[in-house]
Ligand binder design. Structure first.
Ligand SMILES: N[C@@H](CCC(=O)N[C@@H](CS)C(=O)NCC(=O)O)C(=O)O
Length: 249
């Protein structure tokens, strides 16, 4: 069984993509250990040639190429039915799809301004110009301007997270007693925040205690998978790898 995972990487191999993180957790849940091909934004022609589109993650499995994290999760569930289930059956798959769409729209969008001005420093220096210009064209402003009033918009992110806090105050995982794909999808957004900024969006313990505890449990899964790679860089480095004058907290 040939299984290959093309995974987005950033500065010094950091895992910077929420979409790749949810697949990392899904693979671990299924007990699968694929060959990993670290993929920079500059590697887009390999991704395009393989999959006909430019987003990661993609997987290759026995000659088939699958792109889009949701399609990959469904493929893993269908092709490895003997391994622990990601969805817990068709109804669970349907509910997980709702969570996936909500996460990629409401949750991730309200997180973006919280991290974008910091996130650029996690990206490989040679990919930064592409990342900045593509995102700034979408946003119609600089990354720094987009994040400028993030302290004022943090409550909106926490409000979007309120259903998670409430659910996790009643059960240990979003899927119930044990983690499943809904947990991996939502965790991938908080992992993006952890790796993408030195400022903790869940810094106030009294506001989201259950969500914070769940995040800790999620990081610890699969032998501490959430901490397996480097976190936010201690020093902000330029294209020559030298520290700039700016240093993170
Ligand atoms: N719907 C896709 C979205 C994947 C996605 O947006 N990936 C981004 C971030 S790693 C990407 O590859 N962007 C390529 C680019 O901006 O050129 C999924 O769930 O896999």
């Amino acid at each position: 069984m040939a299984l290959i995972f093309h995974e987005r990487i950033g500065l010094d191999g950091r895992r910077i993509s929420p979409f790749s993180w949810r697949i990392r957790y899904a693979l671990a849940h299924k007990g699968l250990d694929p060959q990993v091909i670290p993929t920079r934004f500059a590697d887009v022609e390999r991704i395009r040639a393989l999959s006909g589109q430019h987003f990661t993650p993609i997987i290759e499995h026995d000659g088939q190429v699958i792109h889009d994290s949701w399609s990959i999760a469904c493929h893993l569930e269908d092709r490895f039915p003997e391994s622990p289930t990601l969805f817990g059956g068709p109804a669970g798959r349907g509910a997980a799809r709702l969570v996936n769409v909500w996460s990629d729209t409401v949750l991730a969008r309200s997180l973006r301004p919280q991290i974008y001005a910091d996130f650029i420093w996690c990206i490989d220096p040679a990919d930064r110009a592409y990342f900045r210009s593509s995102r700034e064209a979408q946003l119609g402003m600089t990354l720094e301007a987009y994040s400028a009033d993030r302290d004022q918009s943090l409550p909106a992110f926490l409000e979007a997270s309120a259903p998670l806090e409430r659910t996790l105050s009643e059960q240990p995982f979003l899927a119930g007693e044990a983690p499943a794909y809904v947990d991996y999808v939502i965790f991938s957004v908080f992992q993006w925040a952890r790796i993408g900024s030195p400022r903790d969006v869940l810094a106030a313990p009294a506001t989201t205690p259950s969500l914070r505890d769940w995040r800790t449990r999620m990081i610890a899964l699969y032998g501490g998978l959430g901490d397996r790679f480097e976190g936010y860089p201690q020093h902000r480095t330029g294209p020559d790898g030298r520290a700039t004058e700016q240093e993170t907290a």
